[in-house]
Design a protein around this ligand. Structure first.
Ligand code: NAG
Ligand code: NAG
Ligand code: NAG
Ligand code: NAG
Ligand code: NAG
Length: 356
């Protein structure tokens, strides 16, 4: 590396650590409230042997600064959790009614509501952004997060089973792509605010927020997204009009890798009918925990079967259920060694194709 290049990168580092206090940028946040490029959390299923209250709220955590899972310091129902810290920014923006900040919250299962709309995507997440940057968090927790007017809490519907989520901090330029990706997912938006300054650039999110008529929806859409620190992701977005198993017919073949898939109570068997195979995970082992059956895991994720065959990790919205082949939803995939090894090491047992 030349001296010139070194001095340039020092300058960049110096400038980026020079954000004045009070003008914190919108970002995914860790348990200390510090900005991170991305994080993944994995809430554990309730420990069925101990039956402890605490075990319903414990989670593991992974971000750019660590090589493998860390057990969280806080519980997922606390405002000091990564979800609490990250959502705090959204709740503050809501309170300020600041016309330069936008947010959108969607979930197929809305807090306090018994209604269910099968036409909306089987998708859960929330976004907060301004003209500089923001985050998009995708998760599996029903009836979460609470409406901004209620403040942070964790729903009882997310306690018993395992749950997962991924948060990524993006430059504003990426929200134009995210806008199109979410259109195909048809998210069920239950709380949002998208000020007029965004309307010229973002076509669909303001329409989804206003519940107005959507234009023609692409059957599926693949997009490359880059985090603010340069980690690359693919986002696979599937509409209800692409009626097929997203793992078998699209993700595995597109990424050219056989996948080991963890989803909630899968009804579709492992599938070896195409070039790249898809196998259902049956058992998970988390260090220092007794193993658990995928039956108790509401998380939705998959990894490449073998490290040297591409080491992809994906986290997203859909289960391997025949009903969900007819639903909208998506997956975020990345090729990161530490994320891959963290997930791959959890897999104790998966189902081959020859016996179902
Ligand atoms: C979180 O859950 C634990 C275990 O049930 C409980 O002791 C604690 O009071 C809860 N905290 C909040 C803020 O709800
Ligand atoms: C509104 O938000 C922007 C960026 O998020 C910030 O720079 C500005 O100070 C805020 N204005 C008010 C009135 O809070
Ligand atoms: C935001 O815009 C709305 C409508 O244009 C206006 O009524 C409101 O006062 C503005 N809020 C701020 C904090 O500027
Ligand atoms: C970040 O987004 C801004 C606004 O869209 C754009 O001008 C800038 O080029 C982007 N930066 C990068 C590194 O993509
Ligand atoms: C495997 O998946 C493909 C694509 O969804 C489907 O056409 C085929 O019937 C499946 N095969 C088995 C044995 O389930």
């Amino acid at each position: 590396m030349t001296v010139r290049l070194l001095s340039v990168s020092f300058t960049v580092l110096f400038l980026s650590s020079c954000v004045p206090p009070g003008a914190a940028q919108i970002s995914c946040r860790n348990e200390d409230g510090d900005a991170v490029d991305w994080f993944v959390f994995y809430k554990l299923p309730q420990n069925r042997k101990q039956k402890s209250e605490r075990s319903r709220f414990e989670y593991m955590y992974l971000d750019t600064t660590m090589k493998s899972w860390q057990r969280s310091k806080s519980l997922v129902n606390m405002t000091q959790s990564v979800l609490g810290r990250t959502l705090e920014q959204l709740y503050e923006a809501w309170e300020a009614k600041n016309n330069s900040t936008a947010y959108l919250i969607y979930n197929d299962k809305v807090p306090h509501s018994m209604d269910y709309n099968w036409k909306q995507g089987h998708a859960k997440g929330f976004l907060l952004w301004d003209k500089s940057q923001g985050f998009w968090l995708i998760h599996s927790i029903p009836q979460f997060p609470p409406y901004p007017e209620e403040g942070y809490s964790y729903p009882s519907t997310g306690e018993r089973y395992g749950q997962i989520g991924i948060c990524i901090t993006y430059n504003y330029s990426q929200f134009v792509e995210i806008d199109s990706q979410l259109l195909s997912c048809i998210p069920n938006v239950y709380s949002c605010f998208i000020p007029a300054i965004f309307h010229p650039e973002l076509t669909y999110l303001p329409k989804m927020c206003a519940h107005s008529q959507l234009p023609r929806i692409p059957h599926r859409r693949l997009s490359r997204l880059q985090s603010i620190q340069g980690q690359n992701f693919f986002h696979f977005a599937k509409s209800p009009y692409f009626v097929d198993d997203i793992f078998v017919s699209w993700m595995a073949q597109q990424l050219q890798t056989s996948l080991l898939v963890e989803t909630w109570q899968p009804k579709l068997p492992s599938n070896c009918s195409l070039s790249y195979h898809v196998y259902n995970i049956k058992r998970i082992r988390i260090p220092g925990q007794s193993p658990f059956s995928s039956y108790y895991d509401h998380a939705k994720w998959c990894v490449s079967q073998r490290y040297h065959r591409k080491h992809w990790t994906c986290i997203g919205d859909l289960n391997r259920s025949p009903f969900q082949t007819r639903r909208g939803g998506g997956f975020l995939c990345t090729q990161n060694k530490h994320i891959y090894l963290a997930f791959r090491s959890l897999i104790l047992h998966y189902q081959n194709c020859n016996h179902s």
